[in-house]
Write a protein that binds this ligand. Structure first.
Ligand code: MN
Length: 197
């Protein structure tokens, strides 16, 4: 298979996020689920109008069909795994990001509560996003399945995978517990770099 798209390496070992996220969850999620979206994309894209385009462009411009679904899922997982970090104390957002958060939600904690509510109430499979609009305002968005803020003209800032495969081994049906235990794993330094400039 000609490898057009490659799942980026994890910046940590499978077991480094335990106990909040078990080694089994990280290994299955990363090496099976996320990898399969890249593998399928590499099977589907050659010989199509999408050949030669970046994953960013395909994820933004393809909106229906298998290429769109796999590109969206590949892009979303790339972003999700990039923003996770080992350790129990979360780094703080940059002053720039904190200003935007407080302007948009009132407080950092209010934003987290908003994200959790969106994650718990999303029906079925999908992703919850912190996005920025053209005027620099942040908002929380629920998107179904493989959907992606790039398709809606929003800048993706952070994301939460709420497909059951992201948490079911560790938390079964308790999606809210997964979200509570996810916060210490979020690398706000990486997220802050996404809005810089
Ligand atoms: Mn996933």
């Amino acid at each position: 298979m000609n490898l057009l798209f490659t799942l980026p390496l994890l910046g940590f070992q499978y077991g480094d996020l335990a106990p909040m996220m078990s080694a089994a969850t990280v290994e299955t999620h990363y090496s099976k689920h996320a990898q399969s979206y890249f593998d399928q994309l590499n099977q589907l894209v050659p010989g199509t109008e999408w050949e030669g385009m970046s994953l960013d462009d395909i994820a933004a411009k393809a909106t229906t069909g298998p290429i769109a679904r796999n590109a969206g899922q590949a892009w979303n997982h790339q972003m999700f795994f990039e923003q996770l970090r080992p350790g129990k104390s979360s780094k703080q957002p940059s002053d720039e990001l904190l200003f935007l958060i407080e302007s948009s939600f009132g407080s950092f904690d209010a934003m987290l509560a908003n994200l959790k509510q969106a994650a718990v109430s999303l029906f079925g499979s999908g992703w919850v996003w912190l996005v920025m609009d053209d005027e620099g305002r942040l908002s929380v968005q629920q998107l179904q399945n493989d959907d992606n803020p790039l398709r809606h003209g929003w800048k993706p800032v952070m994301t939460i995978d709420v497909w059951e495969h992201a948490y079911y081994l560790d938390y079964r049906n308790r999606r809210g517990d997964y979200i509570d235990q996810l916060w210490p794993l979020i690398n706000w330094k990486v997220i802050s770099s996404r809005i810089a400039g």
